[in-house]
Design a protein around this ligand. Structure first.
Ligand code: GLA
Length: 517
């Protein structure tokens, strides 16, 4: 049996000066070019026939408003049918958006079908109405690393538009999240962001650039997408804007009334409230409080803890009703840290499970702004090979997949990294496992993840500056006998082996495979 059959799997990816092709010139029906300005495009163009994507399981709370847009690639128009919809839900067959209310707790197994002129697809989808939300890692976009304190309602709406028009929503991206700086600040260099922090009733006042919060979430919801918002338990946020201190319940109810579906709760300036108390209870207190408030609302709101891992948050984030929590400080602009951040994050893999996700921060590729300068977006100085490694790691770790680049400048290369449905299946796998690491040498390691269907997703990562040959023996991942190997980035079958897999792995890059019986 020929076992080392991937000798020619050399990914010729070169970092070079980049002139971007705007996403508008890259549509589903066009053939994907193999490279753009020397950056190899690995993700095959979507086929014209429908392909239903997104999670296989979806959690919601009974009695709350329900809405879900079926992510589906393929030539439009696509028409949808769903069998097994529980009482209270209805499907719009043209948009594929399911809305309504699931009245009773339980597991509902649906059969979704999508059809267009070129073909059809179907898949099973489970709605689990109960206590848990975010049964698979949240996917979406957050404004922070693109727009910082320049964010406006207009930019948020534009991000929602692009999430649909670029095809991101068709592979599962769903949340459109405002970060800091939507409120007023006591002082700021833009006078239009300065003003009273609260009205006479104590309600937080959005700044000049957010004239109509309900209008904004309606706009996002009309597209079948969900909306996220940010605040901090302190008196001020990290950016120096109004915080939620002593208005926790009022703010949470306001966010729900505005129609938000996701809350990122930071820590900044709460430190001075917690004072010298470094006990576990002190770290937990604001999150426990907000977690129970959110749970009491009549709206599903995913709760994102952003306190950089203090007090080993991965051990108790779920207990305070959090759904995901940052395990480290800000990824910032020092993107060469991604391998170290990922290896650290994966040490907490035992705590990753459906509804409870370790979050190593956002996906920052494409056009992002220098974090230390809060700069305007420029092209991320990350070699293309490393961008594939970045996305592969976040998928293997079941990390929230939240893109944080400038949506108005999305280019074909970035979209190809963000939107490979076979990679995203690894991220959204219902078992919710975070990958295990096998260190092979200082500069290379393997991360592998057991999937619900019995297969194993595996990345061979090379941190070095030159391409290297890497091998994984089946015994190293506790399997034996014949297994199929599929290249996930290229979406091609590579062959069958009963012993091992070898590949040439590009400098600072990855070869990402799926191994199945
Ligand atoms: C902190 C968080 C970031 C971002 C900023 C906003 O630094 O970690 O993700 O939310 O605050 O000020």
């Amino acid at each position: 049996m020929k076992t080392a059959y991937c000798q020619n799997l050399l990914l010729k990816i070169f970092a070079c000066a980049i002139i971007l092709v705007p996403f508008a010139s890259f549509s589903a029906s066009e053939k994907t070019p193999n490279s753009i300005d020397g950056k190899e495009i690995l993700t095959p163009a979507p086929k014209p026939q429908p392909r239903i994507n997104g999670p296989l399981v979806y959690g919601c709370r009974p009695g709350h408003p329900f809405f879900y847009r079926i992510p589906c690639q393929g030539e439009k128009p696509i028409s949808f049918t769903v069998k097994g919809l529980p009482k209270g839900l209805k499907l719009d067959p043209v948009t594929g958006i399911i809305t309504g209310t699931v009245p009773t707790a339980g597991t509902y197994t649906l059969q979704i079908k999508a059809k267009n002129q070129k073909g059809k697809d179907s898949r099973e989808f489970k709605i689990i109405a109960g206590e848990k939300l975010a049964l698979t890692p949240p996917m979406g976009w957050n404004h922070w690393y693109a727009h910082y304190d320049r964010i406006t309602d207009k930019m948020m709406r534009e991000a929602a538009d692009v999430m649909i028009s670029s095809g991101m929503a068709d592979v599962g991206y769903q949340y459109v999240n405002i970060d800091d700086c939507w409120m007023n600040a006591p002082k700021h260099n833009d006078p239009k962001r300065v003003g009273p922090l609260r009205d006479e009733q104590g309600n937080m006042i959005p700044n000049y650039y957010f004239p109509n919060m309900k209008g904004l979430t309606d706009y996002i919801h009309d597209k079948g997408l969900k909306a996220g918002i940010y605040t901090s338990p302190g008196t001020l946020t990290c950016g120096g804007f109004a915080g939620t201190w002593q208005h926790e319940e009022q703010d949470a109810r306001q966010f729900a009334a505005w129609g938000f579906d996701f809350l990122k709760y930071d820590w900044c300036s709460y430190g001075s409230i917690a004072g010298k108390d470094k006990s576990l209870e002190a770290y937990q207190k604001p999150y426990r409080q907000m977690g129970s408030i959110l749970k009491s609302l009549d709206r599903d709101m995913v709760f994102n803890l952003c306190q950089y891992g203090m007090g080993d948050v991965w051990k108790w984030g779920g207990e305070v009703d959090g759904h995901c929590w940052r395990t480290s400080g800000d990824l910032g602009f020092e993107l060469d840290k991604i391998f170290d951040v990922a290896l650290k994050n994966s040490e907490y893999r035992a705590y990753s499970k459906p509804g409870e996700w370790n979050d190593p921060d956002y996906i920052q590729i494409g056009w992002i702004g220098n974090a230390s300068k809060m700069g305007v977006p420029e092209l991320a100085p990350m070699p293309p090979a490393m961008q594939y490694a970045y996305m592969s790691l976040w998928c293997l770790m079941a990390a929230p997949l939240i893109y944080s680049g400038d949506m108005s400048k999305l280019d074909a290369f970035t979209l190809n990294v963000l939107c490979n449905p076979e990679l995203i299946e690894v991220n959204q796998d219902p078992l919710g496992k975070c990958g295990n690491v096998i260190k092979q040498a200082d500069n290379n390691f393997i991360m592998y993840k057991n999937m619900a269907d019995g297969s194993i997703a595996l990345g061979l990562f090379n941190r070095g500056k030159t391409d290297i040959e890497m091998t994984i023996d089946w015994s190293g991942i506790n399997i034996s006998g014949k297994h199929k190997v599929r290249d996930l980035w290229r979406q091609t079958d590579l062959g069958i082996s009963d012993l091992k897999f070898s590949a040439s792995v590009p400098a600072q890059g990855v070869v990402m495979i799926k191994i199945s019986k």
